[in-house]
Design a protein around this ligand. Structure first.
Ligand SMILES: NC(=O)c1ccc[n+]([C@@H]2O[C@H](COP(=O)([O-])OP(=O)(O)OC[C@H]3O[C@@H](n4cnc5c(N)ncnc54)[C@H](OP(=O)(O)O)[C@@H]3O)[C@@H](O)[C@H]2O)c1
Length: 338
């Protein structure tokens, strides 16, 4: 068992060392169809055995349900895990495409108390602003988040889907440990602004959806046909219809690299994200999401695949050929404001 544990990486300057791959827990309660709760719980335990110590959730995932689901696991392993959660976004259950974004002080204070209660912990290890509300200066938002650190409710601060400029403004108020943004073979817009700013400021990059929400593994070809009603991916432009057909064709390029390494498509997608730490010179801790033990084994094993420079050259053209945007409404993303 010890041999299969993954390497470590720092979470922010002077922050704790975490397993170099974290676990995205969102799908255990939200967005990706029905879940086998027993298998999901076993997946959390298996991940820990493999050296995964950084677990990612948010108050928005299932309207608090995901935080509640994780609480017993965190209670059993409090000293071994780094708990990351987020505030700022509400998704009305009857309007699943709608996003209500709040970054103001009274909202943050209410949100942190609710997350602490659902998680059943005294302190949140890493607290993220999930989405940016452009009506509130980011310095003001981070000022309130910094008060939470001083009050002992939160240990480290993070930001999700921010621009390089927003990260710099935030860092002038309080050290930011991590930026969480979509980063994968299909989604590379953050390399222009956020990644250079994070490197310069000593911020760890936490790539979300590093498997392209599962599409990069080849496990589904068209969300509208292959996934259950209510699955969030059916709303995403790049995973349905003509766009999905174009994008499925791009997997053939990944397959050539996978065959050379005797690896799966998903492992190559993850190995590429891990390799960006060397390419860009900063700590990178992706949080692939899975609810299955066999997949967490497969995903963590990808940390040991060393892609060559010629592999990277083969994979390089993929992102610019992807058809369709990441979200139906890109104004909520950093790319929409960059
Ligand atoms: N900050 C943000 O705005 C934001 C946005 C989205 C997500 N996130 C966070 O990032 C985490 C990861 O992102 P994500 O879950 O959207 O996407 P992802 O990690 O790219 O993909 C997850 C999907 O891939 C499947 N999968 C995982 N490993 C697999 C494997 N080895 N083979 C085949 N399929 C596999 C999962 O299915 P199973 O679960 O059935 O295995 C799930 O459907 C989330 O859990 C969440 O914590 C943050």
């Amino acid at each position: 068992m010890t041999d299969s544990r993954i390497a470590k990486a720092p979470l922010g300057t002077g922050g704790p060392e975490v397993g170099v791959q974290g676990l995205g827990c969102m799908g255990m309660s939200f967005a990706y169809g029905p879940t086998d709760a027993e298998e999901a719980r076993a997946t959390l335990e298996r991940a820990l055995e493999l050296g995964v110590t950084h677990y990612d959730t948010a108050d928005a995932y299932g309207q608090g349900e995901n935080e509640r689901f994780l609480a017993p696991f965190f209670a059993a392993h409090r000293d071994e895990v780094v708990i990351a959660t987020k505030f700022a976004m509400t998704i009305p259950p009857d309007e699943p495409t709608k996003r209500i974004i709040r970054n103001d002080g009274p909202y943050i204070r209410q949100a942190v108390e609710a997350s602490l209660k659902r998680l059943d912990v005294d302190v949140i290890d890493l607290y993220y602003m999930h989405r940016r509300d452009v009506n509130v200066p980011i310095e003001e938002t981070v000022g309130v988040m910094a008060e939470l650190v001083r009050e002992g409710k939160v240990k480290q601060l993070g930001l999700s889907e921010v621009t390089g400029g927003e990260l710099r403004a935030a860092q002038s108020v309080h050290p930011i440990a991590a930026v969480q943004s979509e980063w994968s073979l299909f989604s590379r817009d953050i390399e222009a602004g956020v990644v250079p700013a994070a490197r310069e400021l000593g911020v760890t990059l936490v790539p979300y959806s590093p498997l392209g929400r599962g599409f990069l593994t080849g496990s589904f070809a068209d969300a509208a046909k292959d996934l259950t009603a209510g699955d969030f991916r059916r709303q995403q432009p790049r995973y349905t219809g003509d766009n999905a057909a174009v994008n499925a064709g791009l997997l053939e390029t990944i397959r050539t690299v996978a065959e050379a390494h005797d690896a799966s498509l998903g492992q190559i997608a993850l190995a590429w994200v891990h390799r960006q730490a060397d390419v860009h010179g900063l700590p990178v801790v992706p949080i692939p999401g899975t609810r299955r033990r066999t997949r967490v084994e497969e995903n963590t094993a990808a940390t040991r695949i060393a892609l060559t420079d010629s592999d990277l050259a083969v994979l390089e053209p993929i992102a610019e050929k992807v058809a369709g945007t990441r979200y139906p409404d890109m104004t909520f993303t950093s790319a929409g404001r960059e």
